[in-house]
Design a protein around this ligand. Structure first.
Ligand code: ZN
Length: 270
């Protein structure tokens, strides 16, 4: 038995950094359409920054997933999402992601890509890999950063140990989550700028010591990515979203049902 993870520590962060406000430089077509409605603003890297307008189409990139299973699932932000449901990623835009490869153990990178593919498949969200970053791994990261330009920071997946992040103490192998942030206008929220941190010492130990170590490590990473797309822990031990991994290697029925819901949120209209 191996306890692997916890709920995100970033869950409450978005409300703290969000401040409503008006900002009238650089008026765009969308601003004109929303004339009279102040563009939402967040604080990022010490400055007030307008929430970026969504880019691209307003249709789903990948088809909506219909869950064929039923079971337990929970959301980290059960309300406040666009359309009245849980807070979720926008399925009309790619979920961009990067790896902070510093301290990444040998053999882990293919497992990360496989885990992302599993979440993409189960949610119908379109993930887009952007390569390595030198951004330090932190749940306190700025949601908009100069290094990534005028958009929300991509999902960051990186590696730490207990000394660097005390939340990884003991048997905790990973942490994952995203921030719930209002759209450019109005009160409805979407998930943005997720973070996964993996205990590189625990991961190396799993790969070294367990007979099915690679599959188990991939399942741990998939669990953390499921937090990123909004799922919380459940009490049912037959689900991968149980707080401890009891040697499960694949999604349970409730996980699949929840991931389908996680990928079925509303798109942000431009
Ligand atoms: Zn967890």
């Amino acid at each position: 038995m191996r306890s692997v993870s916890r709920v995100t520590v970033v869950a409450a962060a978005a409300a703290a950094v969000f401040v409503a406000g008006a900002w009238w430089h650089g008026v765009t077509w969308s601003d004109v359409r929303h004339w009279g409605t102040p563009r939402n603003v967040i604080e990022a890297e010490g400055e007030a920054v307008r929430i970026p307008l969504p880019q691209g189409e307003t249709e789903r990139i990948r088809p909506r997933v219909t869950a064929l299973t039923a079971g337990a699932y929970e959301f980290l932000f059960p309300t406040g999402g666009a359309g009245g449901g849980p807070v979720r990623y926008d399925p009309c835009r790619e979920v961009e992601w990067v790896i902070a490869d510093h301290l990444m153990p040998d053999g882990v990178e293919p497992l990360v890509h496989a885990a992302v593919a599993r979440v993409q498949e189960a949610t119908g969200l379109a993930f887009a890999y952007e390569g390595y970053t030198d951004e330090p791994v932190s749940f306190d990261r700025a949601l908009i950063q100069e290094r990534y330009g005028d958009r929300f920071a991509p999902v960051l997946l990186g590696f730490q140990n207990e000394a660097q992040n005390p939340d990884l103490k003991g048997s905790v192998t990973g942490l994952g989550g995203s921030s719930a942030v209002p759209g450019a206008y109005g009160d409805e929220m979407w998930l943005r700028a997720g973070v996964v941190t993996l205990d590189f010492e625990d991961l190396a130990g799993i790969l070294r010591n367990e007979s099915d170590g690679a599959a188990l490590a991939e399942a741990v990473i998939a669990h953390e990515l499921a937090h990123v797309v909004g799922l919380a822990h459940v009490a049912d031990t037959s689900e991968l979203m149980h707080e401890s991994n009891l040697r499960l290697l694949d999604w349970g029925d409730g996980d699949l049902a929840g991931l389908a819901v996680a990928g079925s949120g509303a798109c942000e209209d431009v």
